[in-house]
Design a protein around this ligand. Sequence first.
Ligand code: ZN
Length: 80
Amino acid sequence: MKATGIVRKVNDLGKIAIPIELRRPMGINIKDDMEIYVDEDNIILKKYEPVCLFCGNTKNLKHSGNRIVCTDCINRLVKE
Ligand SMILES: [Zn+2]
C-alpha cells in the first residue's frame, strides 16, 4: 500500500471526498460505484466492476436479479 500524503475529514454523514488527482488516473468518475473492502484495520476502496458469477469475465454481462452472468456461460449452461 502506497501513502498519498492526503488527509481528509469524515463529514457529519460519514462521507469523505476522493481527491480528483487520485480519481482521474484511476478512471473514477462522478456517480461511479465503488466497492469497499476491509483488510484488518484498513478500509480499501476499489472502482466497482461487475464480473460473471461463474468465470470472472467482465464483458458481455447479463443481470438476472442480483446475479451477473456472461453470455459465454449462459450459452454453456444452456447446452449442458
Ligand atoms: Zn462467465
